[in-house]
Ligand binder design. Structure first.
Ligand code: ATP
Length: 244
């Protein structure tokens, strides 16, 4: 579905360059959950922002279906949910307006957009009475579901979830993972799931890429990478989260 081809991203000026992503090549398939794993600073968010079109690579490119370059319009095909809903959701807006916003920005009338809000709340298993609430009147898990509903409004084929469960308790985290699995099944969408915790992805992600210092260290089917890690780095990540 999408190829990331030799992508490198550097920040900073000539004598103080930081290479956040180094020559990364990977392919995302249709209808799969693809996990991007690595410790803090390994380049996961930078790569995600390049895929979603929020940033441009210094070298390399992102291509859809082997032929099309990512363009402005294709940003609709990929939507991103961020770690902290308190930063991504406007606190003064009601849930119905937060979810309707991408539709209104894409030429739907407000009444048409509001009609879709109930359907989107349903998709993320939230009750309709949440429509009139503001983010401060929702729990952390509910806020992430609102952010997911908003991301689903434009029916993307790829959803990027960047550490979306890191502020949630284990039970709510598990519920969000189950929701993503259901969305993959029901919407036939792909999900790029970014986390630093390897233990959350078994039985969830189909494939995994392990990143370190901007480079891909290891890649493969999740159960194989977790049960037979090839690199020392992956083994260390596994023992850090006491996976056995
Ligand atoms: N806008 C920027 N300007 C300069 N350096 C940046 C910028 N964005 C990221 N970096 C640097 O690039 C490297 C990779 O950062 P990135 O946020 O992609 O890592 P990450 O794996 O997502 O980390 P985390 O899990 O902590 O979010 C880090 O060294 C970071 O300091």
């Amino acid at each position: 579905m999408l190829n990331v081809q030799n992508v490198t991203k550097q920040f900073g000026k000539r004598n103080q360059k930081i290479t956040a992503v180094k020559d990364v090549t990977l392919t995302l398939q249709e209808n799969e959950i693809f996990a991007l794993i690595g410790e803090s600073g390994s380049g996961k968010s930078t790569l995600a922002e390049i895929i979603v079109g929020l940033d441009r690579p210094t070298h390399g490119e992102v291509r859809w279906q082997a032929t099309q370059k990512v363009q402005q319009d294709q940003v609709k095909r990929v939507q991103m949910v961020f770690q902290n809903p308190d930063r991504s959701l406007n606190p003064y807006w009601k849930v119905k307006d937060l979810i309707a916003e991408p539709l209104v920005l894409n030429w739907h009338s407000r009444s048409e957009a509001y009609k879709r809000v109930d359907e989107l709340l349903d998709k993320v298993r939230l009750p309709k009475d949440l429509r009139e609430r503001r983010p401060s009147e929702c729990s952390g898990g509910q806020k992430q579901r609102v952010a997911i509903a908003r991301a689903l409004a434009l029916s993307p084929s790829l959803l990027i979830a960047d550490e979306i469960t890191s502020a949630l308790d284990p039970k709510t985290e598990e519920e969000i993972l189950q929701l993503l699995l259901a969305l993959k099944r029901e919407q036939r969408m792909s999900i790029l799931y970014i986390t630093h915790r390897l233990d959350t992805i078994l039985g969830f992600a189909d494939r995994v890429v392990v990143m370190k210092d901007g480079s891909v260290i290891e890649e493969g089917y999740t159960d194989i990478v977790l049960n037979q890690p090839k690199s020392e780095y992956t083994r260390a990540l596994l023992s850090a989260c006491s996976y056995s």
